[in-house]
Design a protein around this ligand. Structure first.
Ligand code: FE2
Length: 357
């Protein structure tokens, strides 16, 4: 069975305003448009996903907030109406999605083996959060690719930001191992905004773009600082700066989606492609792509030889993970593509202490 690959990762922020501005048939409220720069950025994401031809989209959402442990969508088919509790006037979206339960179970199993409290979500009436739905709609409105949904555990809030990120690092390593073993061709979505201070009052017309601007000069400059580093491929510096950025800018990256995505990709020290930036009710939103096929780290779609067979129902842990052995933050990959040379990035230095606390 061919090994699976992570072919790309996207920062895919989830302001419901972007779905509202697009007026898709699934969303009840109607708008006159708005936030076009970000919506045009997502048009480029959609074109990239068309080109990449993934088997599965994995999304880590800050708005599926689990108090205890890391949860994975575990029902093959989920449908219903997702409502943003803060902006119910903008987002009441009827969804219908297919879950790659097999891959989710593998990732859940491996997360547990890395010492994380992990659980499959098996409630067939579960209402999927608006962060997951918004990022998925904006990236792939056809809903024709199975998804894996991961919750955001509250560890960065109960513990320190750095300790929370260590958990997300482990969650990424588990996700990566599951993808490689599953034979899937996977795209990752980090469903998160950058600077996250926002206006306290909504304009009378939400899509009145004359009212839209950065929350403050300071927040704008922080967003631009991080974006410049990402465009230049200085990812190690980005990860090192992340806790400070989170503290000052109240960045939604605190919930761990960004760290999870980069850990899953094995921390490629590569420039990201910025598809666009825009403010939404003052928050800073960047749409970014790291296409690993362009850098020789994953197989282009036209050279991919098909999806691997389904993984065994109860795969045996590899020796590197057996017995509760813990990889160190930023160490060489303990499994998956490491031996094949597919992934060459090194981890950040934050949290560089034993994980087995
Ligand atoms: Fe959010």
């Amino acid at each position: 069975m061919p090994k699976g690959e992570i072919v790309a990762g996207f920062i895919a922020p989830h302001p419901p305003h972007l779905v509202y501005g697009e007026n898709p048939p699934q969303n009840e409220p109607r708008s006159q448009g708005g936030w076009e720069q970000l919506r045009w950025a997502y048009e480029r994401v959609r074109a990239s996903i068309d080109r990449l031809k993934p088997d599965v989209l994995l999304v880590h959402s800050p708005h599926w907030n689990t108090q205890l442990g890391h949860h994975f969508l575990g029902v093959p088919h989920l449908s219903g109406k997702s409502v943003d509790p803060i902006f119910p006037n903008l987002f009441r979206y009827t969804y219908d999605l297919t879950v790659d339960v097999e891959l989710a179970e593998l990732a859940c199993r491996y997360a547990r083996e890395l010492g994380l409290v992990s659980k499959m979500m098996t409630n067939p009436r579960f209402r999927v959060d608006y962060g997951t739905i918004t990022s998925l709609h904006l990236a792939r409105p056809q809903w024709d690719i199975p998804v894996v949904g991961l919750s955001a555990n509250n560890s960065p809030y109960y513990l320190t930001t750095e300790e929370g990120f260590e958990e997300m690092d482990r969650l990424g390593k588990a996700t990566r191992r599951a993808i490689v073993e599953s034979g899937r061709r996977a795209v990752l979505l980090c469903s998160a905004t950058m600077s996250h201070h926002h206006f306290r009052e909504e304009p009378e017309l939400p899509e009145d773009m004359a009212q839209e601007h950065p929350y403050s000069m300071e927040m704008y400059q922080w967003d631009m600082r991080l974006i410049r580093m990402m465009r230049e491929g200085r990812m190690r510096e980005v990860h090192e700066l992340l806790p400070e950025f989170v503290d000052i800018a109240f960045a939604e990256f605190k919930a761990g989606s960004f760290t999870w995505m980069f850990s899953t990709m094995d921390y490629p020290e590569l420039p990201g492609e910025l598809h666009g930036f825009g403010n939404v009710i003052g928050t800073g939103n960047a749409v970014f792509e790291w296409d690993l096929t362009k850098h020789g780290l994953a197989t282009p779609a036209d050279q991919w030889h098909g999806r691997g067979a389904a993984p065994a129902a109860a795969p045996r842990p590899e020796p590197a993970l057996a017995g509760g052995a813990s990889p160190s933050w930023g160490s060489a990959p303990a499994y998956g593509g490491g031996s094949s040379g597919l992934f060459s990035g090194e981890g950040p230095s934050i949290g560089a202490r034993p994980l087995n606390r």
